[in-house]
Ligand binder design. Structure first.
Ligand code: ADP
Ligand code: ZN
Ligand code: MG
Length: 480
């Protein structure tokens, strides 16, 4: 962005809570069921029904507040937010207004604190589809998190969302599955000339996915700057981001708080959240990403490897289980988990369950230990893993059965290299001519011929020695 303008961005993030049931009734909190099959008179908004607050939702909302360092409001009350939209059968949403669950929090990324204005508890609305409306989503518990206008670039806003997503996942508040809409946000963007006050903001409604947030902000920056440069006004508008056309279109001029005619929800009376309740929620708050980063650092694994593990809670769980088994070092484990284990789980995402996770971790640990001690080659690592997955057999047994113990006996290696060079007379020639990549090919042949049992480093050395010896015999210069 040029020097002349500054951008200001604020986010309102909607996050669905991981409860069993909906916010005010006992319908299941589900996703992907046939339209209008998960609803009851309460969530379908029949007149005369009486909602009841889901305690678990309150717990999770408090948990989210604590995870984001908010002051938790001891006063618990709900308010009615009135508006008309076809996906809202009651004609109002039971939300929070003057006493949100949490206020004045922050999220820290790489030493920078982004202030959170508030977190409040509310219910989701239905979903328009084709020519119909699906009310299954009506009443699913949500928190809305509102940041201060604290971001100055699309990248900052997206980094915040990514970190927020991890915090919500690790704290057990939500699964934040963007593709399912369990995390989505409104993006408020304004621009102003440097040194001048903030401009009027436009709000992109219901943007899902990090790249859409990013693209949407860039588009708005550009659109609004053009308006200002032309001496026109930016009006406060609610806009829709079109991810296909990559443009925003106006939906309506921005509503004001007064438009919602908030009032205290008459179906619930105000209650006080006890200190014990909040203490209890705090006591079960799991370890959050920033703390995990420090922990990983203390285990000596590299920063990037730690991030690669953190990004996927499944990997994080396996990693921690493996570390607890204390069979091999954390560094080698991080390599195995980000490598073969991740590759495998990306294809077979439903492989792990409660019954086989320990066994899976034990296999990884045993492989790590063998590799750490130099007993097996990297080729054997893969073979052991694949065979274990296929047969379920114990790693130490497979090692014997497949005779994968790495041989570093020099006579054996020399003999192996001799055979490979005899089989590939042209390769040595090519190498001498400067095609050095034949070296990896020859090492690969050694591994293949020895069925993964030879030490590739030693093979490489032996191949080079052999080629050099031949060259010396032929009176050629020594190649390294
Ligand atoms: P509404 O619900 O009407 O959008 P809120 O006060 O709940 O109003 O949300 C305001 C959001 O807009 C917050 O995320 C805030 O950070 C952001 N915001 C406020 N002023 C600006 C501004 N000048 N530029 C960009 N974002 C802004
Ligand atoms: Zn219901
Ligand atoms: Mg808004």
């Amino acid at each position: 962005m040029g020097r002349e303008f500054e951008t200001v961005i604020g986010l309102e993030v909607h996050i669905e809570l991981l409860t069993e049931t909906k916010m005010y009734c006992s319908c299941k909190n589900t996703f992907g069921k046939k339209e209008n099959t998960v609803l009851c008179p309460v969530c379908a908004g029949y007149p005369g029904t009486l909602p009841a607050v889901n305690k678990r939702a309150v717990e999770l909302a408090v948990r989210a507040g604590l995870a984001l360092k908010c002051d938790i409001n001891r006063r618990f009350k709900m308010s009615r937010k009135n508006y008309f939209y076809p996906d809202l059968p009651k004609g109002y949403q039971i939300s929070q207004f003057d006493a949100p669950i949490g206020e004045n929090g922050f999220l820290e990324i790489k030493g920078k604190k982004y202030p959170i204005f508030d977190i409040h508890l509310e219910e989701d609305a239905g979903k328009l589809y084709g020519n119909g409306i699906d009310f299954n989503r009506c009443g699913i518990p949500l928190i809305e998190l509102v940041t201060k206008p604290c971001f100055n670039s699309a990248a900052e806003a997206v980094d915040f969302l990514k970190e927020l997503r991890l915090i919500m996942i690790y704290s057990g508040v939500s699964d934040c599955r963007i593709e399912r809409g369990s995390m989505r946000c409104d993006v408020n963007v304004s621009v102003h000339r440097r040194g001048e006050p903030c401009g009027e903001r436009c709000e992109l409604k219901n943007v899902s996915g990090f790249s859409n947030v990013y693209d949407g902000i860039l588009y708005e920056e550009k659109r609004q700057k053009t308006l200002v440069k032309e001496g026109k006004c930016v009006f406060s508008e609610t806009r829709r981001w079109d991810p296909m056309k990559k443009e925003s279109v106006i939906l309506r001029s921005k509503e004001k708080t007064a438009d919602y005619r908030y009032f205290d929800e008459p179906d619930f009376s105000e209650i006080t959240l006890s200190e014990d309740f909040i203490e209890e929620v705090f006591s079960v708050l799991p370890m959050l990403p920033n703390k995990k980063r420090l922990y990983y650092e203390s285990l000596g694994i590299q920063t990037q490897a730690a991030e690669d593990i953190l990004i996927d809670p499944r990997k994080d769980r396996i990693f921690n289980k493996c570390v607890e088994m204390k069979l091999c070092g954390a560094k080698i484990l991080s390599g195995l988990i980000n490598g073969i284990a991740a590759e495998f789980l990306n294809v077979k995402s439903d492989y792990l369950n409660e019954n086989n996770t320990d066994e899976f971790c034990l296999a990884l640990c045993k492989i790590g230990r063998l590799r750490e001690k130099g007993v097996i080659s990297s080729t054997a690592v893969k073979l052991l893993f694949e065979n274990h997955i296929a047969s379920g057999a114990d790693i130490d047994m497979l090692l014997k059965e497949l005779k994968l113990e790495q041989v570093s006996d020099s006579d054996y290696i020399e003999d192996l290299v001799r055979r490979v060079l005899d089989e590939n007379p042209k390769s040595a020639e090519d190498y001498r001519k400067g095609k050095t990549n034949v070296l990896s090919f020859l090492v690969g042949r050694c591994m293949k011929l020895s069925e993964g049992k030879s030490d590739p480093v030693l093979c490489r050395e032996a191949i080079l020695n052999s080629i050099n010896d031949d060259s010396i015999q032929r009176g050629e210069r020594n190649l390294k």
